[in-house]
Design a protein around this ligand. Structure first.
Ligand code: GUN
Length: 287
């Protein structure tokens, strides 16, 4: 079997075209959706992500504010920047790019973002809502994966989803989201014994461990749907996902490439969450 490549790039551009119309509708009601992105320090990968997020927002007509802070910014300064954005009525969404420098208490920072503006879906209140199945902001990469599966009409209910990786940003919320969609979910991670025993059982395999080419052909069941969230560099310095694409493409039914797989969907879901927040504001202001 040769897998169909799931292009996140194509799905993202379709979804963004729909969103552009929603932005125009909001503007007609006098609401300009606004997103603030805070970056602390000079991590090159973070800088690139932030630039992409800001460019994508602007292209849709979303007001984008990037706040660049020095590496040695104090905890209290960062908290006060968040506080002023919480109170700023032109800002619907606040995102603090992770990772933060080591001297910053990340948990306190995330908990300081107003849950109503938490477009990353990382605040414990929103994580709790995801677990109880209430309407909430869903973290962007897991939501992007779900939308990509739905765009291709790939069934989830009753399927065995195996998640490799247990980060708060991807692995844990992805599992919960698929559980809410009635999948049977198994979490694997760096200390899982006999990883391939589990991956071979996956109907839907999500590789989010941050380890280049971790998933080889023999670890995948014939016909599986394979989603690669990896974004690291292999031994030759080339960008690589967590999946060995050339091996796995002959076994999977669907596979996401790196780049142009999950990445563009993550950014698109940030725009989706920002619009969701702005729509709520439009409803409140319209009352
Ligand atoms: N760093 C890597 N991915 C993300 C993300 O989705 N949101 C934030 N805030 N930081 C990240």
């Amino acid at each position: 079997m040769s897998a169909k490549t799931l292009s996140g790039k194509d799905a993202a551009s379709r979804l963004q075209n729909e969103m552009r119309q929603q932005v125009d509708q909001l503007k007609a009601q006098g609401v300009i959706p606004g997103l603030a992105v805070i970056i602390v320090g000079n991590n090159p990968a973070s800088k690139l992500y932030v630039r992409k997020k800001s460019e994508a927002s602007r292209k849709l007509g979303i007001y984008s504010r990037v706040i660049e802070l020095e590496e040695d910014t104090s905890q209290s300064r960062l908290l006060s920047v968040i506080e002023s954005l919480n109170e700023d009525s032109s800002i619907d969404g606040i995102l603090v790019q992770l990772p933060l420098p080591k001297h910053i208490d990340e948990t306190e920072i995330i908990e300081h973002i107003s849950p109503e503006k938490d477009v990353d879906g990382f605040h414990p209140l929103n994580i709790g809502r995801l677990f109880t199945g209430e309407d909430t902001f869903i973290p962007c990469t897991p939501l992007g994966i779900l939308k990509l599966l739905q765009e291709e009409h790939i069934p989830i209910e009753g399927k065995h989803a195996v998640i490799v990786g247990r980060s708060n940003i991807v692995g844990k919320p992805a599992g919960q989201l698929l559980l809410n969609e009635h999948a049977t979910v198994t979490y694997c991670h760096s200390r899982t014994n006999q990883l391939s025993y589990f991956t071979k059982q996956a109907d839907i395999l999500i590789a989010a461990a941050g380890q280049a080419k971790l998933i080889t052909g023999e670890m995948v069941k014939e016909g599986a749907v394979v989603i690669d969230v990896g974004n690291s560099f292999d031994e030759n310095g080339n960008l690589s996902g967590d999946v060995d694409f050339s091996q796995v493409k002959d076994k999977a039914s669907y596979i996401t490439p790196v780049p142009n797989g999950v990445g563009p969907m993550t950014i698109t879901m940030l725009l989706h969450n920002t619009l969701k927040a702005a729509k709520k504001r439009a409803m409140i202001e319209g009352e």
